[in-house]
Design a protein. Structure first.
Length: 178
């Protein structure tokens, strides 16, 4: 399912809803081009988990760990991953086993290697129901528009994904089904 996030506020609300559905050991793959909101999502997601530290982009360090929430959050970014061995070096498996939630920006570049996951794909979007004229009149509003496609893979999410997508559909405009 693909939803319209019409503003930063929507992205924050979206992150809060996702956070309410996660459990320890969950993997969240964050996909989408630069500047589409993967880090922004994670900041609100982490705050919703009760993390009080400042959550910053792990683009350069590859991995940041936050322990102050109701679950620990491990926030990785694979954009600068140079060889597949580096993925193992990050030790995400162990962090997952220890009960943390893992959020991985550019997690799609390693295919299915991260295993069972909730997959959130962000993109720039337009609201199909608002007219071109009103969009032009509100350039700011348009730069804040994102689409997010929500899917999952594996048994870990199978029993939960339906509830999540239904709750999201009740909160955000659906841009595409399936
Ligand atoms: N609806 C929105 N959702 C998310 N970010 C938004 C939205 N509207 C505007 N923005 C802005 O877009 C930018 C998104 O940047 P962010 O660092 O989150 O992207 P990213 O996907 O993590 O990029 P990168 O691949 O470089 O890590 C931020 O400056 C944010 O304020
Ligand atoms: Mg980022």
């Amino acid at each position: 399912m693909k939803y319209l996030l019409g503003s930063l506020t929507d992205t924050r609300r979206f992150a809060e809803i996702v956070a309410a559905h996660v459990r320890p050991r969950d993997m969240i793959v964050l996909a989408g081009e630069m500047g589409t909101g993967k880090t922004t999502f994670t900041q609100s997601f982490g705050r919703a988990l009760g993390i009080t530290d400042l959550i910053t982009s792990p683009t350069f360090n590859l991995l940041h760990n936050y322990g102050s929430g109701r679950m620990s959050l491990h926030h990785a970014d694979l954009y600068r991953l140079e060889r597949t061995g580096e993925l193992e070096d990050l030790g995400l498996d162990e962090l997952q086993d220890s009960g943390g939630v893992i959020a991985v920006e550019w997690g799609d570049i390693v295919g299915d290697e991260l295993g069972d996951a909730l997959v959130l794909r962000f993109e720039h979007a337009e609201d199909p129901t608002s007219s071109a004229a009103s969009n032009a009149a509100s350039a700011t509003a348009q730069t804040e528009m994102r689409g997010v496609t929500v899917s999952s893979r594996g048994a870990q999410w199978e029993s939960r994904i339906r509830k999540l997508v239904e709750e999201l559909a009740a909160n955000f405009k659906v841009l595409a089904r399936g």
